[in-house]
Design a protein. Sequence first.
Length: 397
Amino acid sequence: MPLPVLTAIEQRVLGSLLEKQRTVPASYPLSLNSLRLACNQTSSRDPVMDLSERDLQDAARALKDRSLLRLVWAGAGSRVVKYHQLLDEVLEPADDERALLTVLLLRGAQSAGELKTRTERLHPFGDKEAVEACLARMAAAPEPLVREVQVQHGRDSRWIHLLGPVALTEQVVAPAADREVVLAEGAAARDAKVVAAYDAAAVAYSEALLDELTGKPFDIWLLERIADDADGPIMDLGCGPGQIAAFLADTGAEVHGLDASPAMVAQARANFSDLDFTVGRFDQLLRPRSAAAWGAIVAWYAFVHLAPSELAPTLRTVGATLRPGGTLALAVHLGDGIVHADELFGVPVDLDFVAHDRDEVLAAVAEAGLEAAEWYVRAPHAEEAPTVRLYVLARRP
């Protein structure tokens, strides 16, 4: 059976459905709005598209006519249409082949190393050689699914899928900053580097930021609202030296803090000995001892070292400890990629900060099963914080 030939929009639709079927199975099949958000993501997509609902409906109709997509109704008597891909039923790829094909459909020509990093959530390849072996198998099939291309002399060769035209442009040779590169050595190595940096800089960090809310009226206004609305104890996630927890506690709220850096937690305990601070990771967050769930969780710049692909799983894990109606309040930096720091408050470090994309963060909130009740984009407020900031108040349904 000959391979289907897909237009660029059809490639994006099927690639997005293949991806979300694996990464957010609870939300799959996708509604039209969810499919539009997935197709128009501004990260993990190349090129970035701005597809309308009509574009997607037209593409879905064409794919349905070729038995590559099925329309599914949300439930008995429901008029809400959802979209389910049938490409893997037509091609019957193995799990590793499916992962590579998904990322190739979404991001165009890529090297084996890039594919290794970008398929982590879809299939656990052991190393780059395992990716290359799978690509070679796909290229040697009776109906080859991929082909190797040499884009530019002196650079790693790229691989493309054979399900339709793939643009080989200068942008492919020299791509824009990829926020996923923070996972190039794996999440464990990145986490160890982050903890080492904050352990080293803990004292200087504490001295510099203990009074950081002074001169930040917007942060103060938002934190006071969070404390006032919280029905139950509040967790300060990524608490650092404890300044946010202390501010919340001054409003009369019961507040606890958690941070992965032992040295930061030691600073927080020294600064505010009457509050409870614990060493731990985001995925180790438990419900409070004094209540059935957290009334609110504050994550002020706690996620600035996470890759985009980690946002939704992290938000889902953290959000599961909230009470129904509880608030997850987060703040992140916005920007075009990775900012590397060689020092932090005068202390030498090796630390990468991820400047996230607004739409990507909001999409991750939705993927995590939370509702973005409010969000704000704020301009830089001082020379010491020269980045645009995104604040999101997300509710657990």
